[in-house]
Structure formats: C-alpha cells, structure tokens
Design a protein around this ligand. Structure first.
Ligand code: ZN
Length: 171
C-alpha cells in the first residue's frame, strides 16, 4: 500500500466527471487500498478516487464503523434531512454548513464487481452523498448554505450511523 498525492481545490481535475470502473483487477484493488491508507493518514472519513488524481468512479468511506468500498455507486433513494458541518480533504481548513438527506440507499459494486445495496443514516448518509458528488465534479461548497468562519467552532454532527448492507443480484 502507498500514500497517494492528494488533489486540492483549484486543480481542474476536482471538477471533472469520473469514468465508470470496468476492470475489477489488481490495479483497482491497489487503488482502493491506497485510497484507504491515504484517507487514514489524512484523518478523513471518506475519499473519492479523483482526490488522488484518478478519474474513476470509486469511493472509500470509514466513519468509524469499518471500511466501506463503493465502485460505480449510484444513489437509489434518500429520505429526511440533516443540517451540519462538512469539510473535505481536498479543501483543508474549510468547513461549511450543508443540508443532506438523513438516510441514503446506494447501489454499488465491490472490488470484485459484485453488486450490493447499502443504506446509511446520519454521518454515513452525509459521507455517501459527499463522496458520490465528487464523482460528478461536485464539491461540498457547492451545497453549503454558508461557510464556517475562522475561529467559529463548527456545529457537531450527528454521529448516529446505521449501516445496512445487502447483496443484490448481479446484472
Ligand atoms: Zn471531499
């Protein structure tokens, strides 16, 4: 595993649309492993491949409940809403107030190409929306109602996280 170089705000890559993953091979496994290592080193809770310069639809998340890998994820359904602060490893030191759904169901593939569905609430729902946005060149400041000012303590987020994963029939 290796720490990858991060892409930061101002780099045009961050605004590009990532391409579908089509090869479920050793290269994808290495990318996902490296993304985890990079995310942990940066104390993040999520990372999209574009943030390490790879324009592929792959995401890793760990909100403290274990590793989640999402390849080619799409949001199937959302419900409720939550308002809280959000930051991004590509925008160090910046936080904004962002409204997100309170529950999100995602369909995605794992590193072997197997399809599954994942439902997350609270912080996990927020992370799912944030990371999947990255795959379409969207950054949290696009949704922020306001930015947290220097010296202001960002309002705490709901930590409540429930993750429900189910395997689905492959296509
Ligand atoms: Zn981000």
């Amino acid at each position: 595993m290796a720490i990858r170089n991060m892409v930061y705000e101002g780099d045009p890559l961050l605004r590009k649309t990532s391409r579908e993953v089509t090869a479920f091979d050793g290269k994808l496994a290495t990318l996902l492993d490296d993304m985890f290592e990079t995310m942990v080193q940066q104390s993040g809770v999520g990372l999209a491949a574009v943030q390490v310069g790879i324009l592929r639809r792959a995401v890793v998340i760990d909100v403290g409940e274990g590793k989640i890998e999402l390849v080619n994820p799409t949001i199937l359904k959302t419900s409720g809403s939550q308002v809280g602060s959000e930051g991004c490893l590509s925008l160090p030191g910046q936080f904004g107030i962002v409204e997100r759904p309170d529950a999100v169901t995602v369909r995605a593939q794992d590193r072997n190409g197997e399809w599954f569905e994942l439902t997350g609430t609270g912080l996990l729902a927020r992370a799912l929306c944030h990371e999947i946005d990255h795959l379409d060149g969207i950054v949290f400041i696009d949704h922020a109602t306001r930015m947290v000012q220097p010296g202001e303590t960002p309002p705490p987020n709901k930590r409540r996280v429930t993750a429900h994963v189910k395997k689905v029939k492959s296509e």
